[in-house]
Design a protein around this ligand. Structure first.
Ligand SMILES: [Zn+2]
Length: 198
């Protein structure tokens, strides 16, 4: 199974979870010294290995690529090169966007078993997932994400946009993305339950 196969399979799985509506979202994976990212503007329900584009450390396509990389490729490249991640997942998770709207200074997650899914403890652990403002300038967005990192938290929410999550492998990045989505959804529901009259 090649890295391009893994990328295609991951995209279809994340689409099936409802987090890559339209042509949104993108996935990247380190393949030896190279980085593969999903091509721009493609339907993630039907991604094929040929939709993987090789990019450099700035997120620009290497020579002789048949498609343009995702517009968000520079963010993927900077997380992989600056943090040493093996893979990055970017999804337009509704729960992530809503949690960032509710907690614009960072989303608090406390005492939940599912925290283990992002590499944390369960009971007794408290985590704040950083929230950064959105930008159409990818260098700017990359810098905001790197500046906002919380130690031991493998993800950042971009307000009114979505989630970036990463891991040492594509499998780990996907697992963490799924756990983040569950944790944000849970935090929002708990918050509503605790509202007066909720
Ligand atoms: Zn996006």
């Amino acid at each position: 199974m090649s890295a391009a196969d893994d990328l295609a399979r991951a995209s279809r799985r994340l689409y099936a979870l409802g987090w890559m509506r339209g042509t949104s979202g993108n996935v990247s994976v380190r393949d030896g010294a190279e980085i593969l990212v999903t091509a721009s503007g493609i339907d993630k329900s039907a991604v094929e290995p040929t939709d993987a584009v090789l990019i450099d450390a700035r997120g620009e396509a290497l020579p002789e690529q048949h498609a343009r990389p995702s517009a968000e490729a520079p963010v993927h490249a900077s997380v992989i090169t600056e943090l040493g991640a093996g893979a990055v997942v970017h999804v337009h998770s509704l729960a992530a966007v809503e949690a960032a709207a509710r907690w614009p200074e960072g989303v608090p997650l406390i005492d939940v078993e599912q925290l283990k899914g992002i590499g944390r403890g369960a009971h007794g652990d408290a985590v704040t997932v950083p929230v950064v403002a959105n930008s159409q300038d990818m260098a700017d967005l990359s810098a905001r994400i790197l500046a906002a990192l919380e130690p031991g938290v493998p993800g950042v929410i971009v307000a009114e946009h979505g989630l970036y999550a990463w891991g040492s492998s594509l499998g780990e990045a996907i697992d963490r993305t799924e756990s983040f989505d569950w944790l944000f959804d849970h935090a929002l529901r708990l918050d509503r339950l605790r509202q007066p009259g909720g």
